[in-house]
Design a protein around this ligand. Structure first.
Ligand SMILES: C[S@@+](CC[C@H](N)C(=O)[O-])C[C@H]1O[C@@H](n2cnc3c(N)ncnc32)[C@H](O)[C@@H]1O
Length: 254
């Protein structure tokens, strides 16, 4: 590596770390304040309430340069892999940004998220933009109101590294898809390599002030969960490397 390449890569790392700090610091400060106010809250409820608390800032966070740079690539992939899909489930839909973006291309899109604030924001955005084929519901993937074998595609964008039992979730996604249906996903694979961001998050989780239990696994482990649940991977691509973010489109085999 030449001195010039080293300089460029150092500047890139510093910039990426700075963008990550701009995201992580306000989130963490907000959370510390929240912890302080709700010290007796049961542990299981914390992650859900954390997301709920951040719902109002979610769209502002999405404008962060560190995330924004992936937007064009993300949109291109969504448009390529979800063209004309009749019924789509957007799992972990947040404030509905992706659902609303895709609504014009599909017959129906159904967003679910366990945080009430996210769903409220998504419903408000849908009403304001006059979209009438996107429905949003507060739910987990195991909610019995979701019909088995009823979706042509399940979008799981930025969620699989947040769930407790990835293998069970993958099986459930498979169950909700019609035969031949498609899983379209993007997942942070933080077990792939140590970066300043993964170390910072791990530290914040260890000392108990970061409420989300992020799961650290590799791309190979993610692939294993997907194929193990009865999918065939049709496309895999590394989208970002700090942390490693992996796009996977996979087809339900039967
Ligand atoms: C990183 S955000 C991604 C939002 C959206 N998919 C996007 O790309 O704009 C993760 C979302 O998943 C939701 N979430 C996290 N764990 C969940 C779970 N177990 N069940 C349902 N939603 C969950 C959070 O509330 C949050 O809105």
């Amino acid at each position: 590596m030449t001195d010039q390449t080293k300089d460029v890569s150092f500047v890139k790392s510093v910039k990426e770390f700075w963008h990550a700090l701009l995201l992580v610091v306000p989130i963490t400060l907000g959370w510390i304040w929240f912890l302080f106010r709700n010290v007796n809250l049961p542990k299981e409820k914390k992650a859900e309430l954390f997301w709920d608390m951040n719902a109002k800032n979610m769209d502002t966070f999405a404008e962060n340069e560190g995330l924004k740079k992936f937007e064009a690539d993300r949109n291109e992939k969504l448009e390529k892999y979800l063209p004309g899909s009749d019924r789509v489930l957007d799992y972990g839909c947040g404030t509905g940004t992706l659902s609303l973006r895709l609504a014009g291309r599909v017959k129906e899109i159904h967003g679910i998220d366990f945080a009430a604030g996210m769903i409220k924001a998504a419903q408000k955005k849908a009403a304001e933009s006059g979209v009438d084929n996107a429905r949003f519901m507060q739910a987990t993937i195991f909610d019995e109101r979701l019909e088995k074998r009823s979706y042509d595609a399940v979008l799981a964008w930025g969620i699989l590294h947040l769930v407790d039992d990835r293998n069970l979730v993958m099986k459930r996604i498979n169950e909700l898809l019609k035969p031949g249906g498609l899983l379209v996903s993007a997942t942070e694979c933080m077990g792939e390599k140590k970066t300043p961001i993964t170390s910072l998050l791990s530290f914040l989780m260890k000392i108990g002030i970061f409420p989300i239990s992020l799961k650290y696994f590799t791309v190979a482990e993610l692939e294993e969960s997907i194929t193990g649940a009865g999918f065939q991977i049709v496309k895999k691509e590394i989208m970002g490397d700090n942390p490693v973010s992996c796009f996977i489109a996979a087809k339900k085999m039967n």
